[in-house]
Design a protein around this ligand. Structure first.
Ligand code: HEC
Ligand code: HEC
Length: 473
């Protein structure tokens, strides 16, 4: 069929535009990208913040890096750590705003891998609270919602993490050999007696913190439009949103943050981190003793750093707001080599295999008045923010809200290619078990089994193109 010339021109213009959008080299949208490619690549503020915002960003950064101390201390502003804690600062687990790592095979610091804990509901009250989304989990009666590996002087830490790995050798379609390491986590040296017989543990490594303000600014409707809980389109991929209690709004909201989308917004996630990871009281969780349970009496009774001068809290609202401002205004890095031949070929393979059914390439943020950086833009986070069954291999068997023990939130892929520069390693997935991007892909199962198998049987050249694309994000 021959088309009249003006229509042809129009069509080719349209195609060009489409290509351009697909290949957008700035996944955080035009003004949000950072041009750095070194260790500071995840530490840049989004462009276009209003003029007072720079100061808030700097103050927030200082608080994010602040090393908290035991109360009472001479400095009332930085005391209140613990009594139980998993780290002494936010930055300890999210160095350079990047991801954490599992403990080394030689048993070095386990700081950025933590173990969440819970038990199944024991009575009708607990079942109701879960069903109404008032809680995501029932705390383990002694140890609470997380095992803390550290305690202030005079108190016992809750546990020591022991990890062992089993190597699983694999041969790919083209004959090349890889090995996946399957982790086994145990809580040893328990400080407060045995765990509940039904206790469930979930290992988690701290994720990278870029582009969170943009993910928060995506409209609920846009996310829900992608849900396919009954797999109506028959592609084997179902995707559903988590539903969690949002204490700030006092209602059930869509879960977006955390490896199982267990937090409705960044503020909730970080206030929980202050309380559970650092043991500091905050407006949403005002208990000075953090995650100490009523069975940990000495821990409950320890002096806290709550001061009347600061809303009777250890980290008052101004502190949590500034930290929130900082982490929601970290720019997404610009892509590298986005237009190189192998990267473009890899992008086509990514789409052909259906990776983008979960690692969703396009979202539009809604405009949010009052925020520093103009939202209302196209972003490419490569996540749908939905939960997917990822198979038995990755399962933690610990539900969280609606997420069951095999489901995880699609990890955003923007910035992943800079992990070695920012974090000094290339450990991926929720617990850092994968030692490379290829291993990360080969761990996919469940709804992503078909994509994983397709990657395993790709020609070497195509596999390398796919990886070149992921590395360019
Ligand atoms: C002990 C290690 C540790 C500490 C300390 C820590 N985090 Fe995290 N952080 C994590 C882990 C692990 C997750 C994933 C949590 C989950 O799956 O629910 C996380 C998730 C987050 C997220 C959500 C990111 C996303 O993409 O969903 C934000 C935001 C965050 N942390 C901010 C902070 C802030 C701010 C602090 C300091 C108050 C802090 N974190 C302290 C380990 C830590
Ligand atoms: C069914 C949904 C789904 C499909 C399809 C899918 N993924 Fe994923 N992907 C996920 C989820 C969920 C995670 C997080 C899993 C975890 O942390 O254990 C993830 C994690 C990753 C990671 C590690 C990211 C990180 O931050 O640790 C990479 C890399 C990745 N996927 C690439 C791919 C590629 C390439 C394809 C296509 C071959 C693909 N994925 C297909 C859901 C999917």
């Amino acid at each position: 069929m021959t088309l009249p010339r003006p229509i042809k021109l129009l069509l080719s213009g349209f195609m060009l535009l489409l290509c351009f959008r697909q290949l957008s080299a700035r996944p955080g949208g035009e003004p949000a990208f950072s041009g750095r490619m070194d260790a500071a690549a995840f530490s840049q503020p989004v462009a276009g913040m209003h003029k007072d915002a720079g100061l808030d960003f700097t103050l927030g950064r200082a608080l994010f890096r602040r090393v908290w101390v035991t109360a009472p201390a001479s400095t009332q502003t930085a005391d209140g750590l613990g009594p139980l804690y998993s780290a002494r600062s936010c930055a300890a687990c999210h160095p350079n705003n990047g991801r954490g790592h599992p403990p080394g095979e030689d048993g070095d610091d386990a700081m950025s891998l933590l173990l969440r804990i819970d038990i199944p509901p024991q009575d009708e009250n607990q079942r109701q609270a879960l069903a109404r989304h008032h809680i995501n989990n029932v705390p383990e009666p002694t140890y609470g919602l997380q095992l803390q590996g550290f305690a202030i002087p005079g108190h016992r830490a809750e546990y020591r993490l022991a990890v062992s790995y089993e190597e699983i050798p694999l041969t790919l379609g083209d004959g090349s050999r890889v090995s996946l390491r399957k982790p086994d986590y145990t809580a040893t040296v328990l400080g407060y007696g045995p765990l509940h017989p039904q206790a469930r543990l979930s290992p988690r490594v701290a994720p990278q913190l870029i582009g969170l303000g943009l993910l928060e600014a995506v409209g609920e409707g846009e996310i829900l439009a992608w849900e396919d809980p009954d797999d109506r389109n028959g592609d084997g991929i179902s995707g559903r949103a988590n539903r969690v209690w949002s204490p700030a709004e006092g209602k059930v909201a869509l879960g977006r943050f955390g490896h199982k989308a267990g937090a409705a917004n960044v503020d909730q996630q970080l206030q929980a981190a202050f309380s559970i990871d650092l043991g500091l009281s905050v407006p949403l969780y005002p208990l000075g003793a953090g995650d100490c349970s009523i069975r940990q009496l000495r821990c409950r009774a320890a002096p806290d750093g709550n001061s009347t001068q600061y809303q009777n809290l250890e980290a008052h609202k101004q502190v949590t707001d500034l930290v929130g401002f900082y982490v929601t205004h970290l720019a997404v890095p610009a892509r590298r080599n986005a237009h190189a031949g192998d990267v473009l070929a890899g992008a086509r393979i990514f789409r052909r295999l259906g990776c983008d059914s979960c690692h969703r390439a396009q979202f539009r943020t809604v405009s949010r008045s009052g925020t520093a950086a103009g939202y209302d833009r196209e972003i490419s986070p490569y996540t749908d923010l939905l939960l997917h069954d990822m198979g038995e291999g990755l399962a933690d068997h610990r539900p969280e809200g609606l997420a069951n023990g095999r489901e995880w939130r699609t990890a955003p892929l923007w910035g992943v290619g800079l992990t070695p520069q920012v974090s000094g390693h290339s450990y991926f997935m929720h617990d850092g078990r994968a030692r490379s991007l290829l291993e990360a892909i080969l761990w996919h199962g469940g709804e992503a089994q078909a994509q994983r198998d397709a990657v395993a049987s790709l020609e070497r050249s195509e596999r390398e193109q796919l990886l070149a694309f992921v590395e360019s994000l």
